[in-house]
Design a protein around this ligand. Structure first.
Ligand code: UDX
Length: 446
């Protein structure tokens, strides 16, 4: 099929490449010339495992190109809208500027016919009600005689596993218009996803509003699960109990499950934090704010973890951060990503610096992004460089490289063997045996 993908960020670039991999003829469109140039040269504009290899593979097929010119979408039968919906400045609500602009720019190029309408597919995470509004907007802006439909097909990919999650998702959700239009839209999407559907990927078809809600409900559930275990960590800290053993024990109950029960610094990134806030804001507009007041607690528990990490650092530094040399390992919001949006690690690093610490940050992939956003912080080119002479070492993003650190070798480079494990990623006994003061969130002091 001929497909256009509008917005080539963490979601769209991967989606475009994966659609080409599935055999479609794809044009990726973005307003950012740098991104388009890099992608056109077969290079990934951000770090995502497997994406460079995928881009290289599909480049050879001639089925994938990138442009800044929306007119080049005109030949496509299916148009995926993959632009961002960040949090509005100073508000909880989502900023729909980019989605609205994408649809407004695309609609005049839609050339479907009554027999073969084209399909606009929203993938961005949006407040419930947006799809219905955009469906009307598409009809208003269509060229004379054009025929187009709209579907909402939320994306559940995890950064770090984006290629795998796009090619073999755990489910598809189609939010469809009523009647014949819905059947036509479904048939087009089924054709796009013929390969994964053929492999048995479950499909849930529904109305627009439910599809929009599925996405924010899923992310709210995941955020709640993380904050639940972090709330348990707060209690564990008071009584010197072990939240990791607690998570293991409750996780054996299949109704609870062990995944997403890793206590630590909490969630960040471009999705979970802003999605639960936008969901609360939308519930307020709809007059059902009471239904989601618990998400306020989920958010508060999450933010308190960052504060606790700063306090713990002060505690092990004998009550003062002034002039202390602090090594921060990790800047990305999670491992296997260079994404620093709402990164718990950088938020802690910045607070420590504000309170007088000499902070040096190292991350295997995110230093460039972090240095651009946080020019006041100092960055190192390796873990060794970051920890040299440190009074305390903080592990804030659990990259494999940090899990593999040798406590004996590292111990020879620091001024004081103090390790704060913000992700419960290391084995306390091994580090203590090598002479380190090991502290972690929600774990016994030892
Ligand atoms: C998330 C959803 O998982 C995905 O389905 C959705 O499409 C987009 O949002 P992502 O933002 O890539 O994906 O990251 P995810 O793996 O969900 O992690 C989010 C945050 O939670 C990270 O900061 C991570 O460190 C943290 N986390 C995750 C925990 O603190 N504990 C856990 O047990 C799991």
């Amino acid at each position: 099929m001929r497909i256009s993908v509008i917005g080539c960020g963490y979601l769209g670039a991967v989606h475009a490449a994966c659609m080409a991999e599935l055999g479609h003829d794809v044009v990726g469109i973005d307003v950012d010339e740098r991104k388009v140039e890099l992608l056109s040269a077969g290079k990934a504009p951000f770090y995502e495992p497997g994406l460079p290899e995928l881009l290289e593979r599909v480049a050879g097929t001639g089925r994938l190109r990138f442009t800044t010119d929306m007119a080049e979408a005109a030949d496509a039968q299916v148009h995926f809208v993959c632009v961002g919906t960040p949090q509005r400045k100073g508000e909880y609500a989502a900023d729909l500027t980019y989605v609205d602009a994408a649809v407004d720019a695309l609609a005049p190029h839609l050339r479907g016919t009554a027999d073969a309408p084209v399909l606009v597919v929203g993938k961005s995470t949006v407040p419930v009600g947006t799809a219905a509004r955009l469906a009307d907007r598409v009809q208003e802006l269509l060229p004379e005689g054009g025929h187009a439909l709209l579907a909402w097909n939320p994306e559940f990919l995890r950064e770090g596993f984006a290629v795998q999650d796009t090619l073999t998702p755990d489910r598809f959700v189609y939010g469809l218009p009523d009647g014949d239009a819905g059947a036509t839209a479904k048939a087009l999407l089924d054709e796009v996803y013929a390969t994964p559907l053929g492999a048995g990927t479950p499909l849930v078809t529904t109305d627009y509003a439910t599809a929009e809600l599925v996405k924010v409900a899923a992310n709210s559930f995941l955020a709640t699960k993380i904050s639940f275990i972090n709330a348990m960590a707060e209690v564990c800290e008071k009584v010197n109990a072990d939240v990791v053993a607690l998570a293991d024990a409750i996780g054996h109950d299949a109704r609870i499950g062990r995944r997403f029960l890793n206590a630590g610094l909490g969630f960040g990134g471009g999705c979970l934090p802003k999605d639960i806030r936008a969901f609360m804001a939308r519930a307020g507009e709809l007059g059902v704010d009471q239904a989601l007041t618990f998400l306020r607690d989920v958010d508060d528990i999450n933010m308190r973890r960052r504060q606790r990490m700063v306090e713990l650092t002060r505690e092990v530094c004998e009550g003062s951060l002034l002039g202390r040399r602090i090594a921060v390992l990790g800047a990305a919001f999670k491992p296997n990503s260079d994404d620093i949006r709402d990164s718990p690690a950088l938020s802690v690093a910045a607070q420590l610096r504000l309170q007088g610490g000499h902070v040096t940050v190292y991350d295997p992939q995110a230093v460039e992004n972090a240095a651009r956003a946080w020019p006041d912080l100092r960055f190192a080119a390796s873990a060794d460089e970051a920890v040299a002479g440190a009074d305390v070492v903080l592990l804030l993003t659990e990259w494999q490289e940090f899990r593999d650190l040798d406590p004996v070798a590292l111990g020879e480079q620091v001024a004081h063997r103090r390790l704060l494990d913000g992700r419960n990623a290391l084995d306390p006994a091994t580090w203590r045996a090598a002479g380190w003061t090991y502290r972690a969130l929600g774990r016994p002091r030892g």
